[in-house]
Design a protein around this ligand. Sequence first.
Ligand code: IPD
Length: 268
Amino acid sequence: MAVRSALINVMIGAVRKAARALIRDFGEVQHLQVSKKGPADFVSAADRHAEDILYNELRKVRPAYGLLMEERGVVEGTDTSNRWLIDPLDGTTNFLHGLPHFAISVALERDGNLIAGVVYEPIHDEMFWAEKGGGAYLNDRRIRVSARRQMDESIFATGIPLKGKSDHGVFLRQLGAVMSVSAGVRRFGAAALDLAYVAAGRYDGFWESGLHPWDVGAGIVLIREAGGYVTGIGGGRDPQLGSDILAANDHLHRDLLSIVGTATDDGA
Ligand code: IPD
């Protein structure tokens, strides 16, 4: 049986409350797909509303902690050791299009180290949570990264850079390299959930560039606690504050790093 600490309970409580609002809004957004104005403004409001709930709930129980939030940005706390990293709606584009694959992601950073993470996918009521040293869980079940050792048996997730990003050529080289040696590449559209799925052994690995600390903070804790490896795409760099990330199970991390890294450097 999973034993949740007071910290994890606080995080899960805040996330569940924000998720109730998101679910209500998701029901609404599905009707707006066919409206003339489109649902974009509505989704921004839903995103901000969920963030307000997380802000209020976490401030109530840990008033001194700082926050780094996707919408509000940096909110300094009087306690400079502790900082929440918050993405109130990861998978915004999915949500906007009525695709039921999105999540809330909350991590706690203490003295620069990630110590706890929660990623909640409300459609299937899947709560992924982990605390440093305590293992990783999906609801009440302990999770581990997959045990696959062969690239050609493994599935990898990634994120595709969209319009306006400068690295399309690099991404196509990375994709070409991974797809030619693996059992498949997936792009589901929510990086925090991609990382949680690696922690749960559903994907064997994940890589993406152009991310932010709030997208990856909780997922990094989950993967480490589930026995996986996380670095930047270039290797050693701590991915926590970097914008690119590469994660995999303990057997495949080195292979994936080498394949994606070589493809990245090929055009340089
Ligand atoms: C996005 C999603 C997506 C990833 C983008 C992120 P958001 O986060 O995680 O999968 O490819 O790079 O920005 O904007 O929906 O919170």
